[in-house]
Design a protein around this ligand. Structure first.
Ligand SMILES: [Fe+2]
Length: 442
């Protein structure tokens, strides 16, 4: 209610507070507490002062006389005395406000306190990913890259319920993720052994954790979301360190997915801030802060556009791509989502050349388009809806500085694939040891 009426008891209360204090600021503060206690209308300090002023100098005289205290000598009897007093009180309030503001925490201070800066919000690419390296014809160093998404850490897939096609839990999650990073390092040895590389572009597409976003997940997940965050951070740091040891430099761009949200439904405002994938990204960025060989780009956005040599690349988790029940499957909804995104980016940015998305758990490549597979693999949800089954796999690609993407394939996440036996290596032993330590919660 605006300007609530001053009842007699309200005025008496205010006068009582004036008598009890030597400063108007303290008196009005006391009166406001009294209002809360008695359920009287709330009034600002200014409203109280205004009321006192309206009561006239005589009211102050009366208060002083009744108080009978020499300490209240600051209370004058004339309009000039009252104005002087209000001026002093106003200066006192202004000083207190300045002190309060100086103690207030802004975003930057909070980020410093929790140890996470905004450096990870920077999507400016490292120069080695945008400037074609100088070299002899035919030996141009390439950019290797991989796409990691849809781990759904904590989700459990019961093999008996998917006809033995898949098995998954949090321990298998770590094993598959680390095996994927290992394969990212080994792929050039098998397919392009003559190439040298300027570095590795890692696209992290979200859904690091199951998130318990549906009732059936809450009932069956074998880890909480918070445990999944710890696991994901460990696995991501392990993987990026491995990529750094193989390729020398790593540029990692990260977007959050829908499974890691902490809200009931996807909310467009504060989507990243309320998302556990974003938390994973910030903690990973914190780990690599100051490392000149690793750059993390994880701004609080659900779409990213970044430069890769002469092209612009678009990255989204892809939960905004709806539909796909028709005979064309996901292709038509993806084409529509790509069109919409391009329309926006042509206005607010510079458009894009390559559209990268995840979320649909099946990989796919076309010109200017990469869809990632998943780590979690085929599950009961996918089988019930008749989605395409495929082994868990993640995109691997090579980008030529002048020609764009020249090589696209996937790596299988599951080390139980037949390739495993043929590719035993010291690196794999390291994976095994690290996975053992990761799943033991040391
Ligand atoms: Fe998703």
């Amino acid at each position: 209610m605006r300007n609530p009426v001053w009842l007699e008891e309200h005025v008496d209360g205010l006068v009582g507070c004036m008598k009890a204090h030597t400063s108007t600021a303290e008196a009005t503060s006391d009166y406001r507490k009294l209002c809360l206690t008695n359920g009287w209308p709330e009034r600002s300090a200014n409203a109280c002062l205004q009321k006192l002023q309206n009561m006239g100098p005589s009211a102050f005289t009366l208060m002083r006389a009744e108080a009978g205290s020499p300490q209240r000598a600051d209370v004058g009897t004339t309009a000039a005395d009252l104005a002087a007093r209000l001026k002093r009180d106003n200066a006192d309030l202004a000083r207190r406000l300045r002190e309060a503001e100086s103690r207030a925490l802004d975003d930057e201070s909070i980020a410093k306190l929790v140890g996470v800066g905004k450096a990870a919000w920077d999507l400016e690419p490292p120069s080695w990913a945008t400037e074609a390296p100088k070299s002899r014809v035919g030996e141009t160093p390439q950019l290797a890259g991989g796409f990691v998404s849809d781990k759904h850490g904590g989700e459990v897939v019961d093999p008996a319920q998917v006809r033995g096609y898949n098995e998954y839990n949090s321990e298998i999650c770590s094993i598959r993720v680390r095996h994927t990073y290992t394969m990212f390092c080994e792929m050039p040895d098998f397919y392009t052994p003559r190439f040298s590389y300027v570095g590795f572009l890692l696209m992290s597409g979200g859904d690091d954790v199951s998130g318990g976003i549906h009732e059936h997940l809450r009932k069956t997940d074998d880890e909480s979301t918070q445990q999944g965050v710890v696991r994901a951070v460990r696995d991501e740091i392990w993987g990026i360190e491995l990529l750094k040891s193989r390729y020398g430099r790593v540029w990692n761009v990260r977007v959050p997915g829908n499974h890691a949200r902490s809200t009931d439904k996807v909310e467009s405002k504060n989507f990243a801030y309320q998302n556990y994938d974003w938390l994973v990204s910030q903690l990973v960025a914190e780990h690599f802060k100051g490392d000149p060989k690793v750059k993390i780009g994880a701004p609080p956005a659900f779409h990213l556009v970044f430069k890769v040599f002469n092209e612009n690349w678009f990255l989204t988790h892809g939960f905004e791509i709806k539909g796909g029940a028709g005979i064309s499957g996901i292709e038509t909804p993806v084409a529509l989502a790509r069109h919409r995104a391009l329309k926006v980016e042509q206005v607010i940015g510079k458009g894009f050349d390559v559209y990268n998305h995840a979320h649909h758990h099946t990989h796919g490549f076309k010109k200017g388009y990469q869809r990632n597979g998943c780590v979690v693999g085929y599950n009961e949800f996918a089988m019930l809806r008749g989605y395409d089954p495929e082994p868990p796999q993640q995109d691997f690609f090579i980008v030529d500085p002048l020609r764009g993407i020249t090589f696209q394939t996937t790596v299988f996440c599951n080390p139980e694939s037949p390739k495993k036996a043929a590719m035993a290596s010291a690196r794999r032993d390291a994976v095994k040891k690290s996975v053992q330590s990761a799943v033991r919660w040391e």
